[in-house]
Design a protein around this ligand. Structure first.
Ligand code: ADP
Length: 599
C-alpha cells in the first residue's frame, strides 16, 4: 500500500537524520560555497486551523530533516499533507512541491513554514521554489493487473463499493487519481439523512421512510426517479447500521442540515467525512490480500469486449496500467464542480457559473462521466447544478461555516435585514442570496451554539480560532456585533427581535419559516460571512436500482456500474442537504454487491 510506503520512507528519513545536531540560528548569508548555513531552524506558516510550527535541519548543501512541532489542522484531511510535503521537499531538495489535493491550505502552510526556516538558513528561496520533486519512476512499459471488481474513484461511494464487493466474495482494485483517498466525501460536513427509529424516537421527532421519500421527491421538483429514491430512503438506515457494524460511530442527537428540511441528519463522531473514509480504509487494510488501493492512478478509458465492459486503462506513477475486471467496473468518480468547462457546457439554470468558486476538491472534474459517455451510457439531468449559499468568500469551501443546525441561526444581508426562510431548499436560499447586495450574507447565531470558545463547528474549527483568524466575528451585544461586521445595528436588532417572536409563536414567520428551536438571546453573538458557491452537480450517469449503468435505450451496459455523485436521476432539481452521504453510501454498497455477483 502507498500509505505504508510513505510511512517507511518517513521513518527511514527520521532514522537516517535523527543524529544530526540541533541548534538554533538566526538568518544570515551563507558562509562558504554551500547552499545553507548548517543547523536547525524554526519556521511558521499559516494553515487552515492556525499556525503550523516546524523546524528544518540542513547541512551545508542538503535539507536533511523536517520536524513538525505544532499544528491545529483537521485530522484525516490534513494527514497526507504532513506525510507527503516534508518527505517530498527532502526528496526533491527543493520547494517546488505541489499542494496535496483537498488539503491545500495545510500544504501551503507547511511549505511557507519550511521556506521561512530555510530563509533563516540563508537559502535562496526563489531558486529552491523552482526545484521540484521527481514524480515518475516509470519504465515506459504497460503494467497489467487482473482482479474481480475494479472501482474507479476512492471517495465515499468508491470505497463503499470496494468493501461491499469484497464482502460479496470479490477481489478488488480501487483506482484513485489523487495522492489520497477521500474525494469530496472527506471534506464534506458529513451529514447523513435517514429516518432512524432509534434516535428520532428518543428525541421526540416524528419521521418515516415515506416522509423522507416525499420530501426528497418533492424537494427535487419530482424530477428524480421514484424507484431510485425508494432505494435511497429504504436503505439509508440499514446502511448506517452497516457502517456501524464496521466500527463507525454516529452521534445520538440528530439535526437539520442546511436545506435538509427535516431533523434526520446523522453527524459522525469523527470530524468532517473522515469517519466514512477511515471505516472503509480500515476494512481495506485488514483485507489487503484481496484489496488494493492504487493512488496517483487516473483511469482514462473503459476497456470493452463487444458491448461488455471488461477493464480499465489508467495512468499511474509507473506509467500506463491496464486492469482487467473479471466481474465488473464501478465508476465512482464524483461530481464535475471543479471542471469549469463542463459547468458552462451544461448550466442552463443559473447565471454564468464561470467565476463562482466551489466547495469541491480539485479532482472533481467529471472524468467518470466522460468515460461512461464514451461507451454509450446515458446521462441524465446534467443541467441540474446545485449551488449553496454557504461558501467561504475567499475559497468557496464550506470550511469556516459557523452554523450548527438550521433551527438556530438566521441570515442577514449587508443592511442587517433577513431576506429568506433559512430553513428552505438550497436553490431557494441561493436564488434569494443572488438578489442581495454583492450576493453576500452574514450567518448570525448566539452562544448557545458555542457554549465555550473551544466548541467546534461542523468543520472541526473552534469558534475562537475562527474569530482569531478574522473568519468569524463576535459581539457581547447585537449592536456590538453589528458594529464589528459593518451592518446597521437597528436593523440587526429588529431582525433578531422579530425572529425571537416567531420562535415564541412557533411560526411560520414572515418568510414562511417553520424550523425553530431557540431564541437568539444569549451573548456573545457571532457572525460569519458567506457567498454562493458551486456544490453538487446532480446530473450524471443513469443507473437502475441495482446501480447498473443504462444506455440511451434503457438497456444495461454489461459489466458497468456507477454510484454516488457521478450518477444522475436521484435528486432531481434540488438535492436535500444530508441526502448526498446517504446516496453515496447506499448506492456504493449496492454497486459493489451487484458487480461482485456479476460472474
Ligand atoms: P462520491 O461522494 O461520489 O464518492 P467523491 O468526490 O467523494 O465522490 O470521490 C470521488 C473520487 O474519485 C475522488 O477521490 C476523485 O479524486 C476520484 N476520481 C475522479 N476521477 C478519477 C479518475 N479518472 N481516476 C481515478 N479516480 C478518480
Amino acid at each position: 500500500m502507498k500509505k505504508i510506503k510513505w510511512l517507511v520512507f518517513l521513518l527511514s528519513i527520521t532514522m537516517i537524520f535523527s543524529l544530526v545536531g540541533c541548534k538554533s540560528n538566526e538568518s544570515k548569508e551563507v558562509e562558504g560555497d554551500g547552499l545553507f548555513n548548517p543547523g536547525t531552524y524554526a519556521g511558521e506558516g499559516k494553515g487552515i486551523g492556525g499556525t503550523i510550527k516546524l523546524e528544518v535541519t540542513v547541512t551545508e548543501d542538503e535539507i536533511t530533516k523536517i520536524n513538525v512541532l505544532e499544528h491545529n489542522e483537521t485530522p484525516g484531511v490534513s494527514d497526507l499533507a504532513f506525510e507527503q510535503i516534508p518527505a517530498q521537499i527532502i526528496e526533491a531538495q527543493g520547494l517546488g512541491v505541489d499542494a496535496v489535493a483537498g488539503a491545500t491550505m495545510s500544504s501551503e502552510g507547511i511549505l511557507a513554514a519550511v521556506a521561512q526556516a530555510l530563509e533563516k538558513a540563508g537559502a535562496d528561496i526563489d531558486a529552491l521554489k523552482k526545484v521540484s520533486a521527481k514524480t515518475s519512476t516509470g519504465t515506459g512499459e504497460t503494467i497489467e493487473k487482473e482482479t474481480d471488481v475494479v472501482v474507479i474513484g476512492g471517495g465515499g461511494a468508491g470505497l463503499a463499493a470496494a468493501v461491499s464487493a469484497h464482502q460479496n466474495g470479490a477481489k478488488v482494485i480501487v483506482l484513485e487519481k489523487m495522492p489520497r483517498v477521500g474525494g469530496n466525501t472527506i471534506i464534506s460536513g458529513a451529514a447523513y439523512n435517514a429516518a432512524d427509529p432509534k434516535r428520532q424516537e428518543a428525541q421526540g421527532i416524528e419521521d418515516s421512510v415515506d416522509k423522507h421519500f416525499q420530501q426528497t421527491y418533492e424537494g427535487g421538483d419530482k424530477l428524480g426517479k421514484p424507484e431510485l429514491i425508494r432505494v435511497l430512503v429504504e436503505n439509508a438506515y440499514p446502511t448506517i447500521e452497516w457502517l456501524e457494524s464496521m466500527g463507525m460511530k454516529f452521534e445520538d442527537e440528530l439535526f437539520t442540515v442546511l436545506g435538509g428540511l427535516w431533523p434526520r441528519a446523522h453527524r459522525p463522531v469523527e470530524p468532517l467525512g473522515t469517519g466514512y473514509i477511515n471505516t472503509y480504509m480500515n476494512y481495506i487494510d485488514e483485507n489487503s490480500s484481496d484489496m488494493e488501493v492504487l493512488l496517483n492512478t487516473k483511469a482514462t478509458e473503459l476497456i470493452m469486449e463487444g458491448n461488455k465492459v471488461v477493464g480499465v486503462k489508467a495512468e499511474g506513477p509507473e506509467g500506463e496500467l491496464i486492469v482487467k475486471a473479471n466481474n465488473g467496473v464501478v465508476i465512482a468518480t464524483g461530481v464535475f464542480g471543479n471542471n469549469i468547462e463542463m459547468r458552462d457546457e451544461y448550466n442552463k439554470i443559473w447565471p454564468a457559473l464561470t467565476n463562482l468558486k466551489t466547495t469541491n476538491h480539485p479532482g472533481a472534474t467529471g472524468d467518470g462521466i466522460a468515460m461512461a459517455k464514451a461507451v454509450g451510457a446515458n446521462l441524465v439531468d446534467m443541467e441540474q447544478i446545485q449551488l449553496l449559499p454557504m461558501g467561504d468568500p475567499e475559497t468557496g469551501s464550506l470550511s469556516g461555516n459557523i452554523e450548527k443546525s438550521v433551527e438556530n441561526r438566521i441570515f442577514v444581508n449587508k443592511d442587517g435585514n433577513r431576506f429568506v426562510d433559512e430553513g428552505a431548499r438550497r436553490d431557494v436560499m441561493t436564488k434569494a442570496l443572488f438578489e442581495q447586495e454583492d450576493s453576500f450574507m452574514w450567518v448570525i447565531l448566539d452562544s448557545k451554539n458555542y457554549p465555550t470558545g473551544e466548541h467546534k463547528n461542523n468543520f472541526n474549527e473552534s469558534i475562537d480560532e475562527l474569530v482569531a483568524a478574522g473568519r468569524a466575528f463576535k459581539g457581547d451585544t447585537l449592536e456590538e456585533l453589528a458594529e464589528e461586521i459593518g451592518v446597521n445595528p437597528e436593523n440587526l436588532v429588529a431582525a433578531v427581535n422579530k425572529f425571537n417572536e416567531a420562535v415564541e409563536n412557533g411560526g411560520p414567520d414572515e418568510f414562511g419559516r417553520t424550523l425553530f428551536q431557540w431564541k437568539l438571546d444569549t451573548a456573545p453573538f457571532y457572525a460569519g460571512a458567506r457567498v454562493p458557491t458551486v456544490h453538487h452537480t446532480m446530473g450524471g450517469i443513469e443507473i437502475n436500482e441495482k446501480a447498473e449503468v443504462l444506455d440511451a435505450n434503457g438497456n444495461v451496459i454489461p459489466g458497468l456500474y456507477a454510484a454516488g455523485e457521478v450518477t444522475g436521476g436521484i435528486h432531481g432539481a434540488n438535492r436535500l442537504g444530508g441526502n448526498a452521504l446517504a446516496d453515496v453510501n447506499v448506492f456504493g454498497k449496492i454497486a459493489g454487491e451487484s458487480a461482485a455477483k456479476n460472474k
